[in-house]
Ligand binder design. Structure first.
Ligand SMILES: NC(=O)c1ccc[n+]([C@@H]2O[C@H](COP(=O)([O-])OP(=O)(O)OC[C@H]3O[C@@H](n4cnc5c(N)ncnc54)[C@H](O)[C@@H]3O)[C@@H](O)[C@H]2O)c1
Ligand SMILES: [Zn+2]
Length: 367
């Protein structure tokens, strides 16, 4: 695994991070996709997987990849991220006699990317995958790193694989059709990258927040590039999640628990992470790894992003219980990601229930 070279802006608008797979970020990167992929040696039969809301608005972007019959639209939303959907994709692929040379193109948010990605990882023991993510969350997070998979009735992401994409193409132009709430949900993950890996990024986001929120591409593109670089670097260093990748879970221990106790109905994932980061920052200050000034800066930035769903009715006991069931519990021990100032992290394995309760109280969970 080679490490990626530093950012190389090309043509002023397109920025490409070279690595074992290429990640292209920038306005109009999803135009002329076939030529772009072929230039990277990705030739074969493309099989595009998307969903109706994305296809309705943006199909023109990938039109040159098709044979019109080679697109499959899967149902929209988290509830479609199932083995049943994967089965239907297999059926479509075999009906079209797609062979080992097929390149699956996942064109949509994280749900499409994870589901189509898992189909690509397993069809004929694996065919190539290209990710063309269309939500902010998928551009900065789910499309990069090679994790694909689906949910089981028993829980989220319980079946999956590591299957690296052959290319990732992040075009921020397609984000304009997201709802503000969806866009903002991705912004919490952007803030997370700042806290865990780059004080510069944190300050860049803080300093250009109004421009970012109105999706000014000159402000937004470099921020997406930076997030992709961080995710790539961390994922490459630790492809199979032994250590460094854990930093990416900052804010996610409490975040996942908030999602679980509200049965995934109240929060978008990013929103729960926003609250989870505040709780994690409080713990970091309590443990002396983060100065209260840095916590205040995070709190301020999250407040400026907008109002988060309410938590006052939730019970801390239920949240603690959900934390106990989290995947981050290793051999009975909770591994909690703390911030070390802004731009680095450390792991604590001895966070007590009492400390967690105090952290939850700081985000408004007082019951
Ligand atoms: N594989 C990983 O490493 C990883 C990491 C983080 C999250 N995930 C997964 O990602 C999923 C969440 O992804 P998401 O937040 O992108 O949600 P999503 O895929 O459900 O997309 C959210 C909504 O936006 C719509 N949409 C997508 N692009 C649009 C566009 N350009 N304009 C208008 N509407 C658009 C979708 O159709 C959907 O209704 C979860 O299943 C999560 O588990 C995976
Ligand atoms: Zn996340």
């Amino acid at each position: 695994v080679s490490t990626h070279s530093p950012l190389k802006p090309t043509q002023g608008v397109r920025e490409t991070i070279d690595g074992p797979y290429s990640v292209s970020v920038g306005p109009a990167t999803s135009r002329g996709l076939r030529a772009q992929l072929e230039a990277q040696g990705l030739t074969g039969r493309f099989f595009v997987v998307s969903c109706a809301p994305v296809w309705r608005r943006h199909s023109a972007r990938v039109k040159d990849l098709l044979g019109r019959d080679r697109v499959a639209l899967m149902p929209d939303g988290e509830k479609a991220k199932t083995l049943a959907t994967v089965s239907r994709l297999y059926a479509e692929m075999s009906r079209r006699r797609l062979d080992r040379s097929t390149i699956v193109v996942a064109f949509g948010g994280g749900v499409v990317g994870d589901t189509a990605g898992f189909a690509a990882a397993s069809y004929l023991r694996g065919v190539k995958l290209v990710q063309v993510p269309t939500t902010l969350l998928s551009q900065v997070d789910s499309a990069i790193g090679g994790k694909v998979g689906v949910n089981l009735p028993a829980g989220k992401n319980l079946v999956g694989a590591f299957h690296r994409p052959s290319a990732v193409v992040c075009d921020p132009e397609v984000l304009t059709t997201l709802t503000t709430r969806q866009f903002r949900a991705g912004m919490y993950e952007v803030v997370k990258y700042g806290v865990i890996a780059s004080r510069d990024l944190f300050e860049q986001v803080s300093g250009t927040l109004p421009e970012l929120m109105r999706q000014d591409l000159t402000a937004l593109s470099p921020v997406i590039v930076k997030c992709c670089e961080i995710k790539l670097a961390v994922a490459q260093e630790d492809e199979f999640e032994a250590g460094a990748r854990r930093a990416l879970n900052f804010g996610h221990t409490v975040g996942h628990a908030l999602e679980a106790v509200t049965r995934y109905r109240r929060f978008l994932h990013g929103e729960a992470v926003g609250l989870g980061m505040l709780a994690a920052a409080r713990l970091s200050v309590m443990r002396g790894t983060m100065a209260s000034g840095a916590e205040a800066a995070l709190r301020d930035l999250i407040a400026r992003l907008g109002t988060l769903p309410p938590v006052a009715d939730l019970k801390s006991a239920a949240i603690l219980d959900a934390i106990g069931h989290d995947k981050k519990v290793v051999r009975g021990q909770l591994h909690f990601v703390l911030a070390r100032e802004c731009g680095a992290t450390t792991i604590a394995t001895d966070i007590t229930a009492r400390e967690l309760k105090l952290a939850l109280a700081s985000i408004g969970v007082t019951r």
